[in-house]
Design a protein around this ligand. Structure first.
Ligand code: MN
Length: 257
C-alpha cells in the first residue's frame, strides 16, 4: 500500500485520529488588547451581504473583518522587528506548515503560578524522557490555558499590573530560537510571550528571538491536552496573505491511536 493510501485507511478506521486544535472564529474570540497609544487588532466580525433576500435572492454570504492575529493564528517572522527582512505569512514553507509536534506539559506548574515561565531545564528534562526536539517541527507548550478560552476575562487574566499568563523566560526563548532545530513554537494563550513579557529585559523575548531566527509562532491553540508528548503531526493552514504578518489558521493534528 502507498504511504498516502495507508494514511487515508488509518483515518477512516480511526487508527489515526484527526484533531482540530482551532479556536472557533466569532466576535467573542479573545484577542490581544494593548494599552493606548498602541493600535489594536480587529475583532472577528461577520458583515451580512445577503441571505436569500433582495440583495441575493438565492444565496447567503458575508464579508469578514478580522485582524491577522485574531484567534488561532500563525505569527510570521516578518511580524517582529527582529525578523523584518524575513518571510511573510504567504511564504511559509510547506515543511513548516506540516510537521511533527512535541508537546511539553506544564499544566501543573501553571495551575500554581499563572506567570509561570518555561525554562531551558524544563525542555532538557522533557528531552531526557522523550528524545530530542523534532528537527523542523513544532514545540507545543501545554499549559491548560485553553480551558479559559470561552471567558475573555479569565483568558486575559489581567489586573492593574497587566495580564498574567504563562510564557517563556528570556534565556529559554533565546535557546529555542538559536540552539534547537524546531521551526516554530505553539501556545494555548493569546500570544507566544508571557502576559508580563512587556516588562522583561529584553521585552517579548519569544517574539523577538523566534522571529529573529526566521521561526514561527502559533497561538490560541485548543485541545493540546489530547496530543501525546511525541508522534503527532501538525497541519497548519493559514491564509496566504501576501505581505501578511500572520493569519488566522485552521490547525489540525494527526494522532495515532
Ligand atoms: Mn500574533
Amino acid at each position: 500500500m502507498s504511504v498516502l493510501s495507508a494514511v487515508v485507511e488509518a483515518t477512516r478506521s480511526g487508527r489515526v485520529e484527526i484533531l482540530d486544535l482551532t479556536t472557533p472564529l466569532q466576535e467573542s474570540t479573545p484577542i490581544l488588547e494593548l494599552p493606548p497609544p498602541l493600535a489594536n487588532t480587529h475583532r472577528f466580525e461577520l458583515e451580512l451581504l445577503s441571505r436569500y433576500d433582495e440583495k441575493g435572492p438565492a444565496w447567503y454570504w458575508n464579508d469578514i473583518h478580522t485582524g491577522e492575529h485574531t484567534g488561532t493564528h500563525l505569527d510570521a517572522p516578518v511580524h517582529w522587528i527582529t525578523g523584518r527582512d524575513g518571510l511573510d505569512v504567504s511564504q511559509a514553507p510547506m515543511t513548516t506548515l506540516v510537521g511533527p509536534a512535541a508537546v511539553i506539559d506544564m499544566t501543573g506548574e501553571v495551575e500554581k503560578d499563572a506567570d509561570f515561565l518555561l525554562e531551558i531545564e524544563h525542555v532538557r528534562a522533557w528531552e531526557a524522557e522523550h528524545g530530542p526536539l523534532p528537527d523542523g517541527g513544532w514545540l507545543l507548550y501545554r499549559t491548560g490555558w485553553a480551558a479559559r478560552g470561552d471567558d475573555a476575562a479569565a483568558f486575559a487574566n489581567a489586573d492593574e499590573s497587566g495580564p498574567h499568563t504563562p510564557g517563556v523566560s528570556v534565556e529559554c526563548a533565546r535557546w529555542l530560537a538559536r540552539d534547537t532545530p524546531i521551526t516554530g513554537f505553539g501556545v494555548e494563550t493569546v500570544g507566544t510571550d508571557a502576559g508580563a513579557a512587556h516588562s522583561f529585559e529584553p521585552a517579548f523575548p519569544c517574539h523577538s528571538e523566534l522571529m529573529g531566527a526566521n521561526k514561527w509562532g502559533l497561538t490560541s491553540l485548543r485541545g493540546v491536552d489530547r496530543l501525546p508528548p511525541t508522534g503527532a503531526v501538525l497541519i497548519v493552514c493559514p491564509l496566504p496573505i501576501v505581505g501578511g504578518s500572520g493569519s488566522p489558521a485552521r490547525v489540525l493534528a494527526l494522532v495515532e491511536k
